[in-house]
Design a protein around this ligand. Structure first.
Ligand code: COA
Ligand code: MG
Length: 286
């Protein structure tokens, strides 16, 4: 079954790597970037590569977050993990679609070098972590089939612009960060890939996480990043359609089947037309 949570696991932590067993995350993102101190980068690379080889988790669920393309660590990151064939690379602080294309070129060479199927290493960029990145969000459609989705982040962007907070006292995103979330959502759909919502850092607050997942799914996100094992099932559950929704979607699809020549119909006292049919089909596909 498809699940919708992408769990970050700091790759320098043997203990956390060992805690991934039996978690039904869509993917584990073994992190080499912000959750790993400089002094631990080398050991994190080694542990990530070992985990890729030894965990027994299918390749498509094993992802690596490398360091940013414009920094000094990414080359060694890729050199360490690519021989072990991760399913995908999470690219932080992507500045534009060109960064994804640049990474794609590097992956192509490394796949060739290590006998990995060409094009089989996917890319999930984090597209809102620098202010400049917001102005090329419309261009990710050009990135080609490695692009697996788009995701966003608030914390690095907040610090880049000197914001003192990204959420208000009630826990809601402040307007600038709400805007950025929404831009990521549309950018992903413009590129024809899933939008993956950012992390919820208060990992002990399950009710708030649940609400945030419901909002994300309502708005058209297809999944959410996680930072703690306890978030995985909550996210998976929230992104699955409820029985009620499935029932309603089935009824709408059946209604159009019964009226093959109609483009607009009445359903439970309201108008339904082709966008509603498409939406119902999407829910059933989930
Ligand atoms: N992946 C795997 N295991 C994890 C984990 C994760 N992301 N986060 C916590 N665990 C493990 C802990 O090691 C702990 O194991 P234990 O019961 O054997 O001690 C267990 O799950 C429960 O964790 P808990 O004690 O509730 O949290 P913590 O204080 O150990 O860790 C964080 C809290 C936030 C430091 C931790 O969740 C974490 O490192 N998250 C990922 C951070 C990250 O990757 N950030 C970058 C993206 S924003
Ligand atoms: Mg970061």
């Amino acid at each position: 079954m498809t699940t919708h949570s992408w769990l970050f696991v700091p790759a320098d932590s043997e203990k956390k790597l060992s805690k991934t067993h039996n978690l039904s995350a869509r993917a584990f993102i073994l992190d080499l970037e912000d959750s790993v101190a400089l002094a631990n980068k080398a050991v994190a690379r080694q542990r990530a590569a070992d985990f890729l080889r030894q965990s027994g988790v299918p390749r498509e669920r094993l992802w690596i977050r490398v360091n940013p393309l414009d920094g000094p660590y990414v080359e060694e990151d890729l050199a360490a993990v690519m021989p072990a064939a991760p399913g995908g690379i999470v690219l932080p602080k992507a500045r534009s679609p060109q960064d994804v294309e640049e990474l794609s070129g590097r992956l192509e060479r490394l796949e060739d070098e290590h006998g990995i199927e060409p094009g089989s290493t996917l890319i999930l960029p984090i597209v809102t972590e620098t202010p400049g990145a917001l102005f090329s969000l419309g261009g990710y459609a050009a990135c080609g089939p490695r692009l697996a989705g788009l995701t966003w982040g608030a914390e690095d962007l907040g610090s880049a612009i000197g914001a003192t907070a990204t959420r208000d006292l009630g826990g809601e995103w402040t307007p600038p960060f709400r805007l950025v979330r929404n831009l990521c959502l549309f950018a992903a759909h413009a590129a024809g890939v899933p939008a993956i919502d950012t992390v919820f850092v208060n990992f002990a607050d399950f009710a708030e996480l649940d609400d945030e997942c419901d909002e994300a799914r309502r708005d058209g996100f297809g999944g959410k990043l996680a930072i703690h094992p306890a978030q995985v099932d909550i996210i998976n559950r929230a992104f699955r359609p409820s029985e009620e929704e499935l029932e309603r979607a089935r009824k709408i699809v059946d209604l159009f089947k019964a009226h093959p020549d109609a483009a607009v119909l009445e359903f439970e006292g309201a108008m339904v037309d082709l966008p509603h049919l498409k939406q119902a089909q999407t829910i059933l596909d989930l």
